[in-house]
Design a protein around this ligand. Sequence first.
Ligand SMILES: Cc1cc2nc3c(=O)[nH]c(=O)nc-3n(C[C@H](O)[C@H](O)[C@H](O)COP(=O)(O)OP(=O)(O)OC[C@H]3O[C@@H](n4cnc5c(N)ncnc54)[C@H](O)[C@@H]3O)c2cc1C
Length: 467
Amino acid sequence: MSTNTNHEQPATGMNRRRFTASVAAAAGAVAWRPGQASAASPDSDTILAPSRQVNIVRRVDVLVCGGGPAGVGAAIFAARTGARTMLIETLPFLGGVWTAVGVSHLMAGRGRHGVNAEIHRRLPVHEVFGRNIYAIEDMKILLDDLLAEAGVEVQFHTRAVAAAKDERRLRGVFTESKSGLEFIEAKMVVDATGDGDVAARAGCAYEVGRPGDGQTQPVTLFGTIGGYRGQPAKGRALVEILERGGWRPSYPHVTLFPQPGQPGVFVLMATQFYGVDGTNVRDLSRAETLGRQEIRQCVKTFRQHGGDDWKDVFLIKTGPAIGVRETRRVRGRYVLTWEDLDRGARFHDGIADITAGSNVHSVDDPYREPPPEAGRARPKFRVQPYQIPFRCLVTRDVDNLLTAGRCISGDHYALGSYRLTGSVVQTGEAAGLGAALAINQNVLPGELDGKQLAERLQAMRAEHLAS
Ligand SMILES: Cc1cc2nc3c(=O)[nH]c(=O)nc-3n(C[C@H](O)[C@H](O)[C@H](O)COP(=O)(O)OP(=O)(O)OC[C@H]3O[C@@H](n4cnc5c(N)ncnc54)[C@H](O)[C@@H]3O)c2cc1C
């Protein structure tokens, strides 16, 4: 699997080997020239795809790309601020890591106002290991309801594949779906794809991974099992059963999360794969296959060596998709650093207050203590309560493009803290509000008064107070 590297692009130039191109659009018609947009490896052969006219199927104020926790927050706040808002999502349901990966517990959202509070109030949850566990189907339906109530148009099965850009401004986004290649025109675009796909395609600078070698945190495939008669469990006790079967799982902190209302059904977290580039489809395909093999072996070993509690256990499903913790961090007007977290930085345009420590999963062999890095010997470390400034969401290189979620502008260690779902929802809320306010005030997001925006954000969140 490939090794990631850090990327720094000049604002005007493009590295065509690593980046998909922005497509300059002629007035009135949009030309698609994907021959410029090869994401293939540098030494592969290329072919020029034919130029063609593409239908503009929608004209909206705010287009949110990606329907994970960040995209959901962005779309709801943009729509509530009066913007005609559309959200596109490549999967057939909302939620991103909340639903697509199988992470079935809320974290870092309790006690926060706004969309986090609405979700906590309306989602049936059970507390296990201090975490709020929910049923994934409940989450999918709740998110459908929340976006419908806010008046957001949601289109599933739709991937953002390229951006049309005039100078420093996006005209909109090319999408690919069963309906073919289409174009959505938008005054403001929010990239909530987790991977910064739109920003990368629009030629924005980004960085990836750990300083020095660009290695990213591992990816994880979850499994769902039935027929287990024991209590929720995690860690050593579970690994010992697998060791009795003669092998060790790739993730040493194996965990079972019960599914509320489904006796005997548990989500199993047991895999981690290293050196996987989450934006490389070949890496992802291989990791999915390895993950399924390992989960199958896990379930078989639990059944054979786990005793009475495990004798009827069976695999219900894997995935649906492997979970990617870390890819592109798109360069914004401010880069949040570990030093900011360490000193508890506060900003006039602070849009989220974060207390969560940085949880950087080991990027190396998890059975060995990771080497000390920049004074931090362990991948988990405390931070002083700090803020994320709105400027981290305003891309440096494109004037009407905002980011939200794990692809915002920060360093590898800061990402380890702000990537938790409660926090990414709040970056989404800020991006959605910022996009809509910029349209209302006829300015660019980078020209908004950050202090006023932060105050308006607090007021909007206060309409849904945490219980
Ligand atoms: C294995 C794993 C375990 C985790 N555990 C926890 C935990 O316990 N607690 C916690 O708080 N956080 C956890 N996290 C972190 C957290 O889930 C993520 O950081 C968070 O979900 C990021 O939110 P996001 O909205 O930025 O991205 P995502 O949740 O990844 O959502 C991005 C969405 O965009 C869609 N998309 C992607 N590309 C495109 C495109 N080109 N066009 C259209 N749509 C697109 C995706 O399908 C997805 O729905 C975990 C993450 C992983 C991977």
